[in-house]
Design a protein around this ligand. Structure first.
Ligand SMILES: *[C@@H]1O[C@H](CO)[C@@H](O)[C@H](O)[C@H]1NC(C)=O
Ligand SMILES: *[C@@H]1O[C@H](CO)[C@@H](O)[C@H](O)[C@H]1NC(C)=O
Ligand SMILES: *[C@@H]1O[C@H](CO)[C@@H](O)[C@H](O)[C@H]1NC(C)=O
Length: 377
């Protein structure tokens, strides 16, 4: 999946690849280039790396690219290794939807989750290799104190009371409504609660987002359905958003979106999507690459508990510690690529310790959303 997505995107990158040479040269050994963060090829590479991050993740919501903060490029014989730092915004698409992040809108300000990722990305145009060997991200919710000041009535996230009886009631009302009114011959049950918000407008309003799993039902008698309990190894099949309000009377609304490709397929079965021809032609492609995740996402808490009412004006000093390292060798090590990427030994890229120090000229780049509340410092 990741591979075919990347190969699809390669065409896009290629067309953006203009002849402009990076202006700055970082004086160090080995030589690292410092292209500008607003350069179109840097934005394309960051977009590919971000798609790789979203594809690698198993939980949470996809990120969209807000801005490139820093970039170094190490040119090798057949391609470049990029060391990227970029700011991200959480979107409404769950990672299991496998959607292109460019099709996913960032959340509204009061629901924002924002942060920073670091990624190492190898791109060889002549060999058609896009590869993300490592990433790490740190995100946190928008500072609630600032949101309250701008929008006192906006719904606020619920973190601590996730097992709150009202939240569970909202979820079960939404499930019931969907199963009764929309689902036909199927029953959906809760897989995992992913978000919960609370708002007071003349009465309580609960907003919930949750993953659902599917249980088949049989119609034994006309009008009566028998549904099994979801099995222990059941998989999430979709994401639902619902709300429960009780102003004069109970009002429930719910919509669900089902994932195109299921997260797993039965052993021995083939994925429904077409394999790229060069992949199915090579015998090594038959054995799936056994690899763990390439990185992780750390979710830091909001400051809700540290800040009392009087301190709402003061935005706390937030930090986004992100660390990635594939090697500590100052001169680097050969980067191991999956075997389906065929590269001669002498063409293998070298990975260096993640470069630190001051940012490149022309960095950070332009932010898609430059609101300081959702821009890491
Ligand atoms: C993702 O969306 C962008 C922008 O619409 C598009 O150029 C790119 O081809 C898409 N990628 C895939 C794999 O569909
Ligand atoms: C960034 O790039 C865009 C389009 O490539 C351009 O319109 C914009 O002026 C650039 N901004 C800066 C600050 O260089
Ligand atoms: C990502 O961060 C975690 C925790 O800080 C660390 O253990 C891990 O090695 C990092 N991943 C990479 C690829 O550096």
């Amino acid at each position: 999946m990741t591979l075919s997505l990347f190969l699809g995107l390669l065409v896009l990158v290629h067309s953006c690849w203009t002849a402009s040479l990076p202006a700055q040269v970082f004086q160090a050994s080995p030589l690292l280039l410092s292209p500008g963060c607003n350069d179109s090829q840097v934005l394309s590479v960051a977009g590919l790396a971000l798609q790789g991050i979203n594809d690698d993740r198993k939980e949470g919501y996809e990120f969209s690219l807000n801005r490139v903060v820093d970039v170094r490029e190490h040119q090798g014989r057949r391609g470049s290794v990029y060391y990227l730092t970029f700011d991200v915004l959480e979107t409404g698409c769950h990672v299991l939807s496998r959607k292109n992040w460019t099709d996913c809108a960032a959340r509204e300000l009061h629901q924002s989750v924002y942060g920073q990722c670091k990624a190492i990305f190898y791109l060889s145009m002549p060999e058609r290799i896009p590869y993300l060997p490592a990433y790490n991200c740190t995100v946190r919710p928008v500072f609630r104190g600032s949101v309250i000041r701008m929008c006192p009535d906006c719904p606020g996230p619920i973190y601590t009371k996730i097992s709150d009886a009202s939240i569970l009631e909202a979820v079960s009302e939404c499930l019931e409504k969907y199963n009764k009114e929309v689902a036909v011959g199927k029953k959906f049950s809760l897989f995992q609660l992913t978000k919960a918000y609370y708002q007071w407008i003349l009465g309580p309003f609960y907003f919930v987002e949750y993953l659902v799993t599917e249980t088949p039902c049989t119609k034994s008698l006309p009008g009566s359905e028998k549904c099994l309990q979801p099995s222990a190894d059941s998989k999430p099949v979709g994401l639902c958003r619902g709300s429960l309000s009780e102003i004069h009377e109970k009002h429930v609304s719910v919509t669900c979106e089902f994932f195109q490709t299921q997260p797993t397929s039965a052993p021995g079965s083939h994925p429904t999507e077409q394999q790229p021809p060069e992949q199915s032609a090579s015998p090594s492609a038959a054995a799936p690459l056994q690899e763990g995740p390439k990185g992780s996402v750390q979710l830091l808490p909001d400051f809700v508990d540290d800040i009392n009412e009087g301190d709402q004006e003061r935005k706390p000093l937030v930090t986004f510690p992100v660390h990635i390292e594939l090697t500590t060798e100052p001169l680097g090590e050969v980067l191991r690529l999956p075997s389906y990427f065929k590269l001669e030994k002498e063409d293998m890229p070298v990975v260096l310790p993640f470069p630190g120090g001051s940012r490149s000229n022309g960095c950070p780049g332009v932010a898609a959303n430059s609101n300081p509340l959702i821009l890491p410092p």
